[in-house]
Write a protein that binds this ligand. Structure first.
Ligand code: AMP
Length: 458
């Protein structure tokens, strides 16, 4: 299917050309026709699947066909959990609506409301908002939601995780009953299903990827390392040529700041992005990262959700999340839109072993264990799980690999280039001379692993 087969307004189609969108992504192909028909939609899709355009394109199409005369009133409300995600959606809607007379207003807390109120006063058709500030403005009588025709709830699961449920209910209570509602969430726990029932009427359910399925293009690896050695390992990883830009995840804000300070000491330019940073600080860090002025962004989960930065080559889990789905969200920051990406998880000897084991159960995919670094720890319990729980997803990946003969590269794809050891501990050391000489990627990855293995690696 092509965008031009969907019946979208020609001005919307024209806007897609400079963006390089040639074909709809699966969530777009599934959702757009239903939204165009006026149906409520429940979309199960994670960030990176193209879900923003899935809801925005048919909405902009509708606005283009039904332009109001006079001062614009808000007709579309997009609710999102974070400021970053709101800003990103606002950018996207502006790009899709660039040939149509549609105005947007971006509304979020943590900054003065002055500019936002001015935007609303000028007239805005589309509001992209986080719930708290939106309610604030409504309660001050500065904004009315009585003309809303479309409600989009994006990343509903994150909103619930962040405790927005009451705010969401208050906002919904202010909306006209007759409206079209689009509800997107990466996961579908019972609480989300319950919430969706209060918002949607006879919805069509579209689903593209379960949360457990990480992007196909993400090469997932893990390293076992004690907590104390992680920062040195991180410095070493970041100094490899292969790492162009990296998003590093920590569990706490304080942890993120500490990592940035250590990187600076080691001459690696990075910035932290988390809830204690002011909006201008966050914007500055994001811009520096996007422009390539800094190589590393160190983020907590909440701050990073929804961030879409072109070309993040690596996601590094400096700490392993205790909620497995969070892992999938994190690694979804790389390997986007068909590009290759690498996700590396640093697993310590404490609770993280259990967290990683849960993650492996959820994702049911290969995660390569990289042992050839000087800080490698043996974590037998998880290694045993790792051997049995990761079903092969691609040709060349092995679940319980047979011990290979020296010199044999059988059963390994190009992505299996994870150094002489391979993904499990029971494999014999590869003979140096047996490296597939024509495989540049393999060489690169080998280099990526840094210093020669120390001690017993088998
Ligand atoms: P999203 O899941 O909405 O955050 O989108 C992820 C990325 O995919 C964004 O950078 C979009 O600009 C891009 N994108 C969305 N739809 C398409 C498409 N049909 N073709 C190419 N890129 C797309």
């Amino acid at each position: 299917m092509k965008f031009s087969d969907m019946g979208l307004h020609p001005r919307v189609l024209d806007a897609l050309v400079p963006l390089g969108y040639e074909r709809p992504t699966p969530i777009q192909a599934q959702a757009i026709p239903h939204v165009l028909k006026g149906r409520d939609v429940m979309g199960i899709a994670q960030t990176g699947t193209g879900k923003t355009a899935a809801f925005s394109l048919p909405i902009v199409h509708h606005l283009a066909n039904n332009l109001m005369h006079g001062r614009a009133v808000p007709r579309v409300l997009v609710l999102t959990p974070t400021r970053e995600l709101a800003a990103q959606i606002d950018d996207n809607v502006k790009a899709y609506a660039k040939n149509v007379k549609v105005r947007t207003a971006l509304i979020f807390g943590g900054v003065s409301q002055h500019k936002q109120v001015a935007q609303i006063r000028k007239g805005a058709d589309v509001l992209v908002a986080t719930p708290g500030r939106l309610l604030d403005l409504c309660n001050q009588g500065l904004l009315s939601l009585e003309w809303i025709e479309f409600l989009v709830l994006d990343e509903a699961d994150t909103m619930l995780d962040m405790g927005f449920i009451h705010d969401i209910r208050r906002v919904i209570a202010m909306l006209p009953e007759k409206r079209q509602s689009l509800f997107f969430s990466a996961t579908m726990p019972e609480s989300i299903v319950k919430l969706s029932k209060t918002i949607l009427t006879d919805p069509i359910r579209v689903e593209v990827a379960r949360v457990s399925s990480a992007a196909e293009t993400v090469d997932q690896r893990m390293m076992f390392v004690s907590q104390g050695a992680k920062r040195d390992l991180l410095v070493q990883l970041l100094n490899q040529d292969e790492v162009e830009t990296a998003l590093v995840f920590t569990r706490t804000k304080h942890g993120a700041d500490k990592v940035v300070r250590y990187l600076k000491k080691n001459n690696i330019r990075g910035e932290a992005i988390h809830g204690n940073k002011s909006q201008p600080q966050r914007d500055k860090a994001m811009n520096a990262f996007r422009n390539g002025n800094i190589k590393v962004l160190v983020a907590t989960d909440i701050a990073a959700r929804g961030i879409d930065v072109e070309g993040v080559s690596h996601v590094i889990n400096f700490e392993i999340p205790n909620i497995s789905e969070t892992y999938v969200h994190r690694i979804g920051r790389t390997g986007r839109a068909g590009r290759e990406g690498v996700a590396i998880s640093m697993v310590n000897e404490g609770d993280e072993r259990n967290h990683m084991r849960d993650i492996l159960k959820l994702i049911k995919r290969d995660v390569l264990l990289m042992k050839d670094h000087q800080w490698h720890l043996d974590l037998p319990a998880i290694t045993a799980d790792f051997k049995t729980q990761n079903a092969p997803q691609k040709e060349g990946h092995t679940n319980q690999p047979e011990p290979r003969q020296n010199g044999s590269n059988k059963g390994r794809g190009s992505r299996g280039g994870h150094g002489p050891q391979g993904p499990t501990s029971n494999q014999p050391k590869r003979d140096k001379d047996s490296r597939p000489s024509g495989n540049r990627k393999w060489k690169k990855r080998t280099k990526f692993h840094g210093p020669k293995p120390q001690g017993d690696q088998t």
